[in-house]
Design a protein around this ligand. Structure first.
Ligand code: CP
Ligand code: NVA
Length: 305
C-alpha cells in the first residue's frame, strides 16, 4: 500500500482486498491496541459529521489519540505554506486526515509529509467514502462480479472515487448525470481502462431510467457540493429529474438497495419516502465509514512511522 490514500486510484486490487479483510476483523472486534499511543491529526477546511466523528472514534478504538484542527485553526495555505504545515504536523502526528477544497492541497500535504495522509474529501475525490460504499455493497451482495450499481446525480468527488475503487473490484457501475455534469473525462478514461481488466461494465448516460435498469444498488449524493453554494438554485432546476424516488426505484431490480453518502437533502436528490424505506441502507453505509477507516489507519499509520 502507498504511503497515502488520496483518490482511490492509488489503491491496488490487493490493497482493497486487504483493507476489507481488516475491516471485517475490526468490525467484529471493536477495541484493539494496534495504534497504541499514536496520534491522528485531522485538518479540515470544510464541515463534517461522518468523516470527523468516525475518524476520531476509530482512532480512539485503536488506541490512538486524535486532534481536530478546524478551518480557523490551521487556515491551510493562508497562515503558512502547506509544505510547512505538512512537515510540522509530521513531527507531531503519526498520520494526517485532511478535508480540503482543492485536491492539489491534499496532494501537497502528502508530498511534504513523512507520515501517511488520508484524503477525507477534496473537491475531486472522496476515497474513504468509496471504500465504505463498496464494502456495503459487498456485505449485502456477497460479491462484486455481476453486481450493478447505478449512480444518479452529479459527476462529483464521490462518484470519482467510487469509479476508481468500484471498477477495481469488478463492480459494474452506470452513471446518470445531466449534460455538463458528467464525471471528469480523465477520471472516466482511467476507470474505463481498469474496467477492461476487471470486466466491470461501466456506462454513462443522461437518462436516470436507463442507468437504473437492472440495478442491484442505486446511489445518489447531494446536487450541490460544499463550495458550490452559489450554484444551488440553478442546480436544483438542472438536476430535477435526477431524483431517487419510488417511481425511479420501480425501474431497478425489485429488491434493489439505496445508498447515499449523506448528508441527505430530502425532497431534492432523494425523497423522504425512499430515504426512510426498507430498501435504504444509508445508515449501515455511514457506519461502515468507521470500520473501513480503522482498517486504513491501522495499515497506514503502522507502516509509515
Ligand atoms: N459522507 C461524508 O463524508 O459526510 P460528512 O461530510 O458529514 O463527513
Ligand atoms: N459531494 C459532497 C459530498 C459530501 C459528503 C460534497 O463534496 O459536499
Amino acid at each position: 500500500m502507498n504511503k497515502d490514500l488520496l483518490s482511490g486510484f492509488d489503491l491496488t486490487e490487493k490493497d482493497v482486498a486487504n483493507i476489507f479483510k481488516q475491516t471485517k476483523i475490526l468490525k467484529k472486534k471493536k477495541i484493539s491496541n494496534v495504534l497504541n499511543g499514536k496520534v491522528a491529526a485531522l485538518v479540515f477546511q470544510k464541515p463534517s459529521n461522518r468523516t470527523r466523528v468516525s475518524f476520531e472514534v476509530g482512532a480512539r478504538q485503536l488506541g490512538a489519540y486524535s486532534i481536530y484542527l478546524a478551518p480557523r485553526d490551521i487556515r491551510l495555505g493562508e497562515r503558512e505554506p502547506i509544505k510547512d504545515v505538512a512537515r510540522v504536523l509530521a513531527r507531531y502526528a503519526d498520520g494526517i486526515i485532511a478535508r480540503t477544497f482543492s485536491h492539489e492541497d491534499v496532494c501537497e500535504l502528502a508530498k511534504y509529509s513523512d507520515v501517511g495522509v488520508i484524503n477525507g474529501l477534496s473537491d475531486m475525490y472522496h476515497p474513504c467514502q468509496a471504500l465504505a460504499d463498496v464494502y456495503t455493497v459487498y456485505e449485502n451482495a456477497g460479491k462484486f462480479k455481476g453486481v450493478k450499481l447505478a449512480y444518479v446525480g452529479d459527476g462529483n468527488n464521490v462518484v470519482h472515487s467510487l469509479l476508481a475503487i468500484g471498477t477495481k473490484v469488478g463492480l459494474s457501475i452506470s452513471v446518470a448525470t445531466p449534460k455538463g455534469y458528467e464525471p471528469d473525462k480523465e477520471i472516466w478514461a482511467q476507470a474505463v481502462k481498469i474496467s477492461k481488466k476487471t470486466k466491470a461494465k461501466i456506462l454513462h448516460t443522461h437518462d436516470p431510467e436507463d442507468a437504473v435498469k437492472g440495478a442491484d444498488f442505486i446511489y445518489t449524493d447531494v446536487w450541490t457540493s460544499m463550495g458550490q453554494e452559489k450554484e444551488k438554485l440553478a442546480r436544483k432546476r438542472i438536476f430535477k429529474k435526477y431524483q431517487i424516488n419510488s417511481q425511479l426505484l420501480k425501474k431497478a431490480k425489485k429488491n434493489c438497495l439505496v445508498l447515499h453518502c449523506m448528508p441527505m437533502h430530502r425532497g431534492e436528490e432523494i425523497t423522504d419516502e425512499v430515504a426512510e424505506s426498507k430498501q435504504s441502507v444509508v445508515f449501515d453505509q455511514a457506519e461502515n465509514r468507521l470500520h473501513v477507516q480503522k482498517a486504513v489507519m491501522a495499515m497506514l499509520f503502522k507502516k509509515h512511522k
